[in-house]
Design a protein around this ligand. Structure first.
Ligand SMILES: *Cc1c(COP(=O)(O)O)cnc(C)c1O
Length: 388
């Protein structure tokens, strides 16, 4: 089997699987052993060395999905992010990140890096000029997250890798929102891909995990610190994640399709002011999204017209759940002002383009007619005559 030419569904279903030599079972057996023979073997296996049979199996699958040489599974997206960032920075070094970042990553950078003597700068926006003006002599890493949360703005990955390569800077992407189905940053020269596998990779809101894909050389560096920090994932959860990933590509394609339809439907509703979805032609980054993404994800945001209380609206939804997390097969919705961006000041939120009427919608795989019916009844329930 020439694994280089496999399609994405075949990679998701098979690549990396552990052969069951003893019973010829159809799937990877689960190895819960935390202790392995060390005498006379080449590889010293131990869960915190990230090299148990199940950890290695899933690592291979993620590596191939991201077109990288190596993959590693972590106990959470933040374990993957924090370990990878620390692997490439030392005292006196500097990292550049966009201001609009996943909250956990932002907190890690602001609260922890100074303890190691590592400096950071946030860019003002996502343009080449914004990144160039944040780069310093001692910059060693550029970290990006695209599409951004919650406005789904796109960073040009080719631009990032070209300014980084000229300066010997390592590039990292949080590829969680896109998933490897919709975006392969390697094709645009990005060095290291990081995922919260809690989201599309797991896909059923029942697993907390993280993943990293990189060249073997970069992964060796990450492994060296990972074994000291100890953010490994239990083999049982690794095994469950391998199962989830078998359907990842078909799930994500269903999310993409539903989100595009919901974006178009919401755009036409008189109580919706604006829809942010890179798959819409009027999204400011639509052309860039088309260039570097294969699909536009199941994530979108929309703004209700002024005067509608977003909390009252969300309470009326029956099928779509109010929830903090995202990217499960079930649809969820939240108000960034009251959750993910609650710690920012009102001015800071306004600066990032997040107003109080904004809602972030993680579109699930339910039938679109049922999602539309749920929105219709919720809009009807909150609409006062002067608003309609
Ligand atoms: C959820 C999330 C993370 C953090 O992942 P955990 O698994 O919760 O640690 C990082 N980045 C993005 C974009 C996320 O959505």
């Amino acid at each position: 089997m020439d694994s280089k030419n496999l399609g994405i569904n075949t990679i998701c279903t098979h690549v990396g699987e552990v052969k069951d030599e003893q019973f010829q079972g159809a799937i990877s057996p689960l190895y819960m052993s935390s202790s392995y023979q060390y005498d006379g073997v080449d590889v010293k296996r131990y869960p915190r060395y990230f090299n148990t049979p199940n950890q290695e199996a899933l690592g291979k699958k993620i590596a191939m999905l991201e077109k990288k040489e190596a993959g590693m599974i972590f106990g959470s997206g933040m374990a993957a992010t924090s370990t990878t960032i620390l692997a490439f920075l030392q005292k006196g070094d500097h990292i550049v990140l966009p201001k609009t970042l996943y909250g956990g990553t932002y907190n890690f950078v602001v609260e922890e890096l100074h303890k190691f003597g590592i400096e950071h700068s946030f860019t003002k926006g996502f343009s080449e000029e914004d990144f160039l003006s944040a780069i310093q002599e001692n910059t060693k890493v550029i970290f990006v997250e695209t599409p951004s949360n919650p406005l789904m703005l796109i960073t040009d990955l080719e631009m990032i890798s070209s300014i980084a390569r000229e300066r010997g800077i390592v590039t990292m992407i949080d590829n969680t929102f896109a998933s490897p189905v919709n975006q392969t940053p390697h094709d645009f020269g990005i060095d290291i891909c990081i995922h919260s596998a809690t989201k599309y990779m797991g896909g059923h809101s029942d697993i907390c995990a993280g993943a990293v894909a990189a060249s073997q050389e970069h992964m060796d560096k990450i492994w060296n610190i990972a074994k000291n920090l100890g953010g490994s994932l239990s083999d049982y959860t690794v095994w469950l994640l391998e199962r989830s990933m078998k359907t990842m590509a078909i799930r994500v394609k269903a999310h993409n399709k539903n989100a595009k339809k919901m974006a178009k439907w919401l755009q036409k509703h008189e109580l919706v002011q604006k829809v942010y979805y890179p798959g819409l032609k009027d999204h400011p980054d639509h052309d860039l999204a088309k260039k570097q993404m294969n699909g536009f994800t199941g994530m979108l945001s929309f703004e209700l017209v002024a005067g509608i209380d977003t909390n009252a609206f969300m309470k009326k939804l029956k099928l779509i759940k109010q929830s903090m997390s995202l990217a499960g097969v079930e649809s969820t919705i939240l108000s960034p002002t009251h959750t993910s961006h609650a710690l920012l000041s009102a001015e800071e939120r306004a600066h990032q383009g997040i107003n109080d009427g904004l809602l972030r919608f993680s579109v699930g795989i339910e039938n679109k007619e049922d999602l539309i019916a749920d929105f219709k009844q919720a809009f009807a329930a909150i609409a006062t005559p002067e608003l309609v």
